[in-house]
Design a protein around this ligand. Structure first.
Ligand code: GDP
Length: 482
């Protein structure tokens, strides 16, 4: 076939050392090659093995993806209720759950899973998520085509009879069931049910059985990539792909997610208007969770304590004092970018630096792109802004963020910057004693650790036995690679 060469081919630098494919036309999605120009170069070298693996995956996806005969055949088998004995193409279909941050973390985890288990990842894009992201794989699509016969969102829950764990429990499948006798698909429910990643699915026996299914449907609300690192059979491969485990999401995220031109327009306009020419950018992301509300005064107080203790912003001087004592910083501009659903934090911080000079003579400019007041999972426009703000935050040199927020995890993960985390108050308190702590890693936190030991039915603290995971600063029982 005669495949047209791209009109413009981006340079090696723009491809982030080979992380991004050169097969796209540069004009098809501006952010793909432009977004990284707003950041310092990544501090994490890329493994050539990962690059090879990605190019191989792209070929596989193109071969088996939507629009191919292979895809149609696989869907027909699914409809006929048969699992193919040995099919050339296997699929994992991602279903959405929760907000945008959660979704991005689970798409990245699902993609990693697809790479490890030889599956093509297709994404079920609901209306509120349409038009947010460019296609990540050249000359094909990652969007699950309409008319897919399985995966009624109402049925995808922990009790679903076609869930892997339930089929195993109910004797519908066994570890030694031959591929041809298996149901036509399996549902993998990886939700943090009661904050414990469901059952022992990250074990070799289970993974071997799961591999036999042509179709897998997956729903998750968690960054479950660390659980894949904890699965013995994937250990070696992952070590080659990610010699620095800390950069797993950093690389996967920068590979997969590229805002469409429409969202990129928001990002670019804002960045060029307010952030492009400043000396330093500091991002504050303030997230108040409905299930753990914190009073505005308390949150504001905690944020300013964090700013003071960690010296994130210059101290205020006397309003009438003459220009600062010569520190060499006179006139330098620090931009503060606030991401929050509410405008109160912005108003107060901006007011502070409007009414008072700084002791160093630095100028502090405070910006907040939007304040949506409340979270709206189902609104497309709302999600465009959320995505734009995740990107804007990710261009900051320093980031302070609310504990538990996947929105913040994605931003600092893209940036490759270790954030300061504004801790949640203890369950019986209204105010956190410690204002903020520095994260040990740029990896997101898995809020719900898997049960280690598989069939052993023993509780093991993963952080004690595996040298590359720690409990998260913000979620005591959570796990984070570093
Ligand atoms: P998490 O709940 O903090 O873990 O993050 P999610 O992204 O999964 O869900 C929160 C959702 O609320 C986001 O996707 C947005 O829709 C909205 N949201 C929360 N904080 C902000 C913010 O600072 N700016 C914007 N634009 N939206 C936000």
């Amino acid at each position: 076939k005669n495949v047209a060469a791209p009109a413009t081919t981006p340079s090696q630098d723009k491809l982030l050392g080979g992380l991004l494919s050169a097969a796209f036309d540069e004009s098809s999605c501006q952010s793909r090659y432009k977004s990284s120009l707003y950041r310092k170069p990544s501090p994490f070298p890329l493994s050539p093995y990962l690059v090879k693996k990605l190019r191989k995956y792209e070929t596989y996806h193109k071969k088996c993806g939507p629009g191919t005969q292979r895809y149609r055949t696989a869907v027909e088998q699914l409809q006929a209720g048969r699992n193919a004995d040995s099919s050339e193409c296997k699929y994992v279909v991602w279903f959405p759950c929760n907000g945008l941050g959660n979704r991005m973390l689970t798409i990245a985890s699902t993609f990693l899973y697809a790479l490890l288990s030889g599956r093509v990842m297709l994404v079920n894009v609901p209306r509120e998520q349409e038009g947010l992201f460019c296609e990540p794989f050249p000359a094909t699509s990652w969007v699950l085509p309409g008319g897919f016969p399985e995966g009624n969102p109402m049925k995808l829950n922990v009790g679903a009879p076609e869930s892997y764990v339930n089929m195993l429990k109910n004797g519908v499948i066994r570890y030694d069931t031959p591929a041809a006798s298996l149901p036509a698909h399996v549902y993998l429910h990886v939700e943090q049910t009661r904050l414990r990643l469901s059952d022992n699915i990250f074990c070799d026996d289970d993974q071997k059985l799961l591999r036999k299914f042509t179709w897998m449907i997956l729903k998750s609300d968690s960054y479950f990539a660390p659980a894949l690192f904890l699965t013995p059979m994937y250990e070696k491969e992952l070590a080659r792909m990610f010699p620095q485990k800390e950069a797993t999401f950093h690389h996967l995220g920068r590979y997969l997610f590229h805002p469409t031109d429409r969202v990129w327009g928001i990002v670019r306009r804002y960045y060029e208007a307010y952030l492009a020419r400043v000396d330093e950018k500091i991002g504050f992301q303030i997230r108040i969770f409905p299930e753990k509300p914190v009073k505005f005064e308390n949150m504001y107080d905690q944020l300013t304590r964090c700013i003071r203790e960690q010296r994130l912003l210059p101290e205020l001087g006397e309003p009438a004092s003459p220009a600062a004592n010569a520190t060499g910083n006179d006139g330098k501009v620090k931009a503060v970018l606030i991401a929050s659903l509410y405008s109160g934090y912005y108003d107060k911080i901006r007011g502070m630096y409007y009414e008072n000079p700084t002791k160093t003579g630095e100028i502090v400019a405070v910006y907040q792109p939007s304040h949506e007041e409340k979270q709206e999972y189902a609104s497309n426009e709302h999600n465009q802004k959320a995505l734009a703000e995740i990107y804007l935050l990710s261009y900051c040199d320093k980031i302070a963020m609310s504990a538990w927020s996947t929105f913040g995890y994605v931003a600092y993960g893209f940036a490759g910057v270790k954030p300061w985390i504004l801790l949640r108050p203890d369950w019986n308190k209204e105010v956190s004693d410690v204002a903020c702590v520095r994260s040990t890693s740029v990896e997101p936190c898995l809020h719900s650790p898997p049960i280690l030991g598989c069939r052993a039915k023993k509780e093991v603290d993963v952080a004690r036995v595996k040298p590359y995971v720690r409990h998260c600063e913000d979620v005591g029982f959570g796990l984070k690679m570093f």
